[in-house]
Every structure is written in C-alpha cells, then in structure tokens.
Ligand binder design. Structure first.
Ligand code: SF4
Ligand code: SF4
Length: 376
C-alpha cells in the first residue's frame, strides 16, 4: 500500500497505487435543492448506454429518495455499517476514522457485493407514505418530516475503489480527463469492482459476463460537450467541468469557485476515501446531523452560504450558468449585469443575466382595441 494525500479528508491515507492525479479531472456539481426526481437524466443515460441485453436493471445514473431510498438496496447503509465509527476532528476538519482501504484483511479494498435482487426495484415505494395518515391530520406551519432527491452517477474518483480491486488491471483512469473506464477486453467478470465500489456504480452484465460502468460520456467530453445526464437535466441542477488540483484552484473556473474556493458543494460520503468528484450542494431543509454523515463537516457553512447566495455575486454568477449551454464551461466572468461562460479557447458559450428580467404587459392592448384578462 502507498501513502497518498486525500484533500477531502485533510490527511494522508493508504491506497494500493501511488498518487497520480490526471492533468484534468472531470467533476460535476449537483444542486440537490433543485432536483425534482423527474428521472429525465436516468432515461437519457439508460437509452444512450444501457439498453442492451443483460443491462435491464443497470442504471449508470439513478435518482433516489433520501433518507430511505437507495439503488441498489441499502448501498450506503451497508458500506457505512461495514466501516464502523466515522468521526471528524472538530478543530481541524480532518477525518479520524477508517476508509475502505483500511483493515482490508489481505485484500486491496474492503467491500461487499449486492445480491442480484437488490438492483431489481429501483425507486419502488420510495415516495410513498410509510404509515396511514390519521383521519383529520393536517400540517400546521413547517412540519418536521423531510426528504430530498439524490441524483447519483459514478464519481470518477481520484482513488477509485473499483480500479484498486481489479485483479486483471482492466480498470484505468484516463490521464487527459480523469474519467474511469473498464477495458472489457481485459475483464474476466470476477466482480471485484462491484464489491469494491462503495457507491455501487460498477455493474455486472450476466449476458456478456463482464462489468460495466458510467463512461462519463467521453465521446461528448472529447468534443467539448457536457454528458447526457447534464445536458438533459430538466431542473438545471447539474454542471460538468474540470476541477483543478488541490492548491491550484482558479477563481474564473466555475467548478473551482464552487468546490475549492467557496466550498459550497461537498463530496458524497468522503469518508469512504476514494476522493469522489461529484460534488453536492446539500439540501437546506434537512437536519444537518443527517447531512454531516453524508457530506462531511462542511455542511453547516455550505447551507448558510446557499441561503445567502444573493450576497455573493461571484458565486451567484457561477450558479446561474447551470443548464444554460450543452458545452463544457472552462472559464466565467461577470460582465455588467451578465455572467458569461467561456470554453477552453476563450470563446463565449453562454451569457446569462444576473437578474431575471420581468416584463409587465399593459392592461389594455391598443393595437387590438381590447383588454388582457391575464393582468390585474
Ligand atoms: S464511483 Fe465507484 S465505479 Fe466510479 S470511479 Fe469511484 S469507485 Fe469506481
Ligand atoms: S433530470 Fe435533473 S431534475 Fe430531473 S431527476 Fe435528473 S437530476 Fe433531478
């Protein structure tokens, strides 16, 4: 085992291979506050990549309801239970517990393999009441029940568990963009990656007898476009870009601004130790005790910052770029009342007003000699 730096845990940790960060790291920001679980992303991904034989219950992208939902069943609960106590140093913010690369009993990664049935019923019963509602019951004010939607894809981790576990070295991380891929010609279907990925985002195909996973839509990435799940997102909750190495953040890169500089988007279960590269804006209506376990100790600050977004024009400008262009934004700038997104070559991709313009039509329509009945 090598010793590598994990910036999300603020400490060194064990990993079977030496630290080797890609030149560019694909990264995503998902705003959980805006997701409506329409599953457009899921369908877009499914029809593009997993519509073949043996892929029937395979969802590279899924959206589940928290706290009770999960695909495959209990994917996170089982891993959290397996890891034992997880705590963070209050003063330094460093993680004090074990990662999936500790106490591995002779293997490279600590893991567990879901049963086939665990993949069979995604979203089943997730948005249903867990009990009868008493006759006459009603809500008064803000009630204390809560839920939120969690959209999930492969995290194209900096220290992938799947890659570390593969005895065939069939999994690799591309140096040009950090996308993690399985070479199916090398894969012999040992399912070690399925066992090792703590997010359960590698899948076994019973027909081809090989493993498959999200490919980050690399044919689109290579053309400067964002992946399918990002382009099609109805709620405009997603942005894909490239995250700079820790300590090299650039203020004009919207992903760096959101993740490294303002730290308003946080990794999912960073304690697993894989340094995942999908970053989430935590839901602002959920008790933070629950969110600490899910997104680490930065949750309170992130929630506070999100509630005051309008007071931080640079951050707001980055947020307004979500869902406004199919292309990948590398740089952005506030220009007057607009925020402008640029590609790698510095060409303008999108220009968005900082304040949504409001147009009020006059009550009487002089041209047609009539009144508009949709105005007061
Ligand atoms: S999320 Fe899982 S499948 Fe994706 S790179 Fe990380 S360990 Fe591998
Ligand atoms: S398309 Fe967007 S809003 Fe709809 S479920 Fe997917 S992530 Fe959520």
């Amino acid at each position: 085992m090598a010793t590598v730096k994990n910036w999300q845990l603020k400490k060194d940790m064990k990993y079977p291979y030496d630290e080797s960060r890609p030149n560019k790291q694909i990264a995503y920001v998902f705003d959980t506050n805006k997701c409506i679980a329409c599953q457009t992303c899921t369908v877009a991904c499914k029809t593009t990549w997993t519509s073949g034989k043996g892929e029937e219950t395979m969802f590279f992208n899924n959206v589940e309801t928290k706290p009770y939902g999960g695909y495959p069943l209990k994917w996170d609960l089982n891993t959290l239970k397996m890891m034992g106590e997880q705590s963070w140093d209050k003063a330094t913010g460093a993680y004090k517990g074990k990662t999936i690369f500790d106490d591995t009993k002779g293997e490279n990664v600590n893991g567990w393999r879901p049963a086939e049935r665990d993949y069979a019923f995604p979203n089943m019963g997730e948005d249903e009441c867990s009990a009868n509602v008493n006759k006459g019951a009603f809500f008064s004010g803000i009630h204390d029940t809560w839920m939120f939607y969690l959209a999930r894809i492969c995290n194209h981790c900096t220290y992938p568990g799947c890659l570390a576990a593969c005895p065939r070295k069939a999994i690799y991380k591309r140096p040009e963009d950090g996308i993690v891929l399985i070479d199916e010609s090398r894969c012999r279907g040992y399912k070690e990656c399925v066992k090792a990925c703590p997010y359960k985002k590698t899948f076994f195909n019973m027909v081809t007898r090989t493993s498959e996973k999200c490919i980050g839509c690399y044919p689109l990435i290579e053309q400067g476009e964002q992946p399918r799940c990002v382009q099609t997102c109805i709620g405009k909750i997603r942005m894909q870009g490239f995250l700079s190495k820790p300590g090299e953040a650039k203020a004009d890169n919207p992903i760096d601004q959101i993740v490294h500089i303002k730290k308003i988007a946080l990794p999912l279960y960073p304690q697993y130790g894989t340094e995942p590269n999908v970053y989430y804006i935590p839901p602002i209506h959920v008790p933070t005790d629950f969110l600490h376990q899910m997104f680490g100790p930065g949750v309170d600050k992130a929630v506070e910052m999100y509630k005051n977004l309008k007071n931080d024009p640079d951050l707001l400008a980055a947020f307004l770029l979500f869902g406004n262009t199919p292309k990948t934004i590398h740089h952005y700038k506030r220009e007057g009342d607009f925020t402008v997104g640029y590609n790698e070559a510095g060409e303008v991709l999108t220009k968005v007003p900082m304040t949504e313009p409001v147009y009020v039509r006059p009550y009487d329509d002089k041209d047609h000699g009539t009144f508009r009945h949709n105005t007061p």
